[in-house]
Design a protein around this ligand. Structure first.
Ligand code: PLP
Length: 327
């Protein structure tokens, strides 16, 4: 299948503000796109050159999830009218909640975020700082809370945007994230041999896979998940249930442990000066393993780093203390 750009619409919307002047917070989001694509020479191994797309440069949650908070909210306004969006309810591992909370704050709605037990105290605090009401569950996975959140929405007449099933998630990544990346690789003068990213709802990697596999021959896409029995905020095992991943072709899925993810976060910040989140660390570990296993040959590789590292300082501190190392 080939996806012509004109069917994706608003290509011209990818227009960064040259002098960084934004008319409001929403413009700060979408006129800030493309998020940066940065070559990481010091973190590249044996001529397998890494380019990182830094989704932490989104303004609200400092993550890839700002894109879907924005698009799901806007689609919901189109469908129901603004007056219906008084209370929003969502199961979230922090980032989507922050993004929806930002849209809610801009437009005068309220968010009640349902978070699983595995979310850090920092995540919970950030949601509260953004003005969300937070309900912490004893269940470890966001997807385990969906039915409960749906029931609450019905009972209380609230809107459940539902990032796990809402096609506005997949679509915004197809129309923006993926399309941006094509503009950026053209500017860089490269065609990546593979794109590596994390799997949560599977929204962004599925859209990127569909887009690039339809427009470029031979590009591979790898997905990163937490090792069985472990948790890395934002990503989860495929068997826990994902929608869009089943509609695309993926070339491999790698299991990464939280310790490996933290080691890679430290490696990247200490080599490149860029502080990325834990799922990004897991993605870099995935790249390293693919190189070590002889899967990637010389060429260019794009890693989609979903968020910034500031939310994870608690976990990193624990790791540093346990390993008795601050260097
Ligand atoms: N990494 C982080 C930090 C996230 O917050 C998320 C999503 O919540 C992901 C990765 C996965 O993104 P997606 O839901 O598009 O699969």
């Amino acid at each position: 299948m080939f996806i012509p750009l004109d069917v994706l619409g608003f290509f011209e919307d990818i227009q960064p503000s040259m002098y960084r002047v934004f008319r409001d917070s929403e413009e700060l989001l979408y006129k800030n796109w493309p998020t940066p694509l940065v070559k990481l020479d010091r973190a590249s191994i044996r001529n397998r050159i890494v380019w990182a797309k830094l989704e932490g440069f989104n303004p609200w949650s400092m993550s890839v999830k700002d894109r879907i908070g924005w698009s799901m909210y806007r689609k919901s306004v189109e469908a129901y009218g603004r007056s219906k969006l008084k209370l929003l309810v969502e199961s979230t591992s922090t980032n989507t909640g922050l993004a929806i909370a930002a849209m809610a704050n801009i437009y005068g709605s309220k968010l009640r975020a349902y978070i699983p037990s595995t979310v850090s105290e920092t995540g919970e605090l950030l949601l509260k700082i953004f003005g969300a009401e937070v309900i912490r569950s004893s269940k470890p996975l966001t997807v385990e809370l969906i039915d409960e959140v749906e029931e609450v929405a019905k009972r209380e007449g609230a809107i459940h945007l539902n990032q796990f099933y809402n096609d506005a998630n997949f679509e915004v990544h197809l129309r923006y994230t993926a399309k941006e990346l094509e503009l950026q690789i053209r500017e860089a003068g490269i065609v990546p041999k593979a794109i590596i990213g994390g799997l949560g709802t599977s929204g962004h990697i599925s859209a990127i896979a569909l887009y690039f596999k339809s427009r470029f021959k031979g590009i591979k896409v790898y997905g990163i998940v937490p090792r069985a029995g472990t948790a890395i905020q934002g990503i989860r095992r495929i068997e826990s249930g994902m929608k869009w991943i089943h509609h695309i072709e993926i070339d491999g899925v790698l299991d990464i442990s939280p310790e490996e993810a933290i080691q890679s976060v430290l490696h990247i910040v200490r080599r490149e000066g860029i502080f990325i989140g834990l799922s990004s660390g897991a993605i870099y570990t995935g790249y390293k393993k693919l190189v070590e296993n002889g899967v990637l040959d010389e060429g260019h590789y794009v890693l989609i780093f979903p968020d910034h590292g500031y939310k994870y300082v608690e976990q990193i501190q624990k790791y540093l203390n346990a390993n008795n190392t601050n260097t």
